[in-house]
Design a protein around this ligand. Structure first.
Ligand code: MG
Length: 405
């Protein structure tokens, strides 16, 4: 629940008053027309928002996990105990009204939510918070605040230590959507941590959703949200659909009229994964190689006198069988001697002597290279190890170690 101004009348009395809230939302004439949309979204999940039948996560003692020392070198420090320079009042051009007391940021009830002046997209966010002590109130009316990613997706902050509320509204919940996997809460007054990984939703140029947001949360070092995909921004009493807001938004902290405290807030902006361009996905330029030449390379290869890799012919190309695999892989000729691997950045370059007889192969995979001898099965007994040196790295083929990584 976000916009306290909008719901202020209800909030004070709504500690767990789900039914009252639901009616108020349904009767709101402003919401007409959106109801059907919301219902359609609701059908995507078995659970209704704030469904009290939804099982509560099991409590787990979190140990010492989570508390961070110094922020990483590339972090954007949002609050280090000294001031609120990185923050302002939410949706207004006004300073943040919260207090900094002894290096700790205190929610000032009625002061309004605060948000970062800067906007962020994909982030790793660390923050520490403490629920009021002694504890006061029940359900949602007990140490309630919240962390909003891109201004839209709330990770609930609530005193959920030995305290009941609906599952999708307790500490560590993606509010109203995903309960935490465990209740990792520490007692009121104790410092707790959220380490959040957030990937923003992706849209096409027409604003159509391509990929929902993704959220991972560790609460006190315990995984409570594992790459979950919210089905829209956080909203109260109904679900809303995604809207393209330009891929960046502020980090916001909720004022829910409770004196929740925060400290040590920083984030790291996450880079995009590199996408391959056309030059990276270009088809392998296969060249025709005669059956006679292909047959020349057939046989076993190994670093010593034992074959660990087997090359066979299959029509117009070769295949290679590694000891760690049960099925052979295609080798596509890109010249008379060099063969490409279609799914791996790897190449086999066969070596032949002056008489045209195969002597070995140079195998490169990624940045590892190795030379292997051609093992002539007819003279197996006589063959001596003739490793041609150059065994850089730990690349295949070497042993039965798994080739996946
Ligand atoms: Mg909240």
């Amino acid at each position: 629940m976000r916009r306290l101004t909008k719901y202020a009348g209800l909030v004070g009395v709504m500690a767990g008053a789900v039914v009252l809230g639901a009616r108020a939302g349904a009767d709101d004439p402003e919401k007409k027309g959106e109801g059907e949309k919301s219902a359609a979204v609701a059908k995507k999940t078995v659970w209704k928002q704030h469904d009290v039948r939804r099982p509560k996560p099991k409590a787990v003692e979190a140990g010492e996990g989570g508390i961070a020392g110094k922020a990483p070198a590339d972090a954007v420090v949002l609050f280090d105990g000294s001031n609120l320079d990185a923050w302002k009042r939410e949706n207004r051009d006004e300073p943040a009204k919260w207090k900094v007391v002894d290096g700790v940021l205190e929610t000032t009830p009625g002061g309004g939510a605060i948000e970062t002046k800067a906007k962020f997209g994909d982030v790793q966010l660390h923050l520490e918070w403490a629920a009021p002590s002694p504890a006061k109130g029940v359900g949602q009316n007990r140490g309630n605040s919240g962390v909003f990613l891109m201004g839209d997706y709330e990770i609930q902050v609530l005193d959920s230590y030995q305290a009941e509320t609906y599952a999708d509204g307790q500490a560590g919940a993606i509010y109203g959507q995903y309960p935490p996997l465990s209740n990792a809460s520490r007692p009121p007054g104790a410092w707790q941590t959220y380490d959040i990984a957030f990937r923003r939703p992706q849209f096409d140029e027409a604003g159509k959703l391509l990929e929902p947001a993704r959220i991972t949360v560790f609460h006190n070092g315990i995984l409570v949200q594992n790459n979950e995909k919210p089905f829209g921004p956080t909203s109260w009493l109904k679900w809303e659909e995604y809207k393209d807001k330009g891929g960046r938004g502020p980090i916001a902290l909720q004022d829910h009229n409770h004196p929740v405290r925060y400290r040590n807030i920083w984030l790291r902006e996450l880079p995009e994964r590199a996408k391959p361009g056309p030059e990276h996905v270009a088809e392998i330029k296969k060249v025709p190689v005669s059956g006679e030449v292909l047959d020349r390379y057939v046989g076993g290869y190994g670093p010593g006198s034992r074959a660990s890799v087997k090359v066979a012919r299959e029509g117009d190309h070769l295949t290679v069988l590694f000891p760690s695999r049960t099925t052979p892989l295609d080798l596509i000729p890109i010249s008379e001697t060099t063969f490409d691997m279609p799914f791996t950045d790897g190449q086999f370059t066969f070596q032949v002597d002056q008489a045209g007889k195969t002597t070995g192969v140079h195998f490169r995979i990624g940045d590892s290279e190795r030379d292997m001898n051609w093992i002539d099965p007819s003279v197996k007994a006589k063959t001596k190890a003739k490793t041609q040196g150059k065994a850089k790295g730990k690349g295949q083929p070497k042993s039965k170690s798994k080739s996946k990584s």
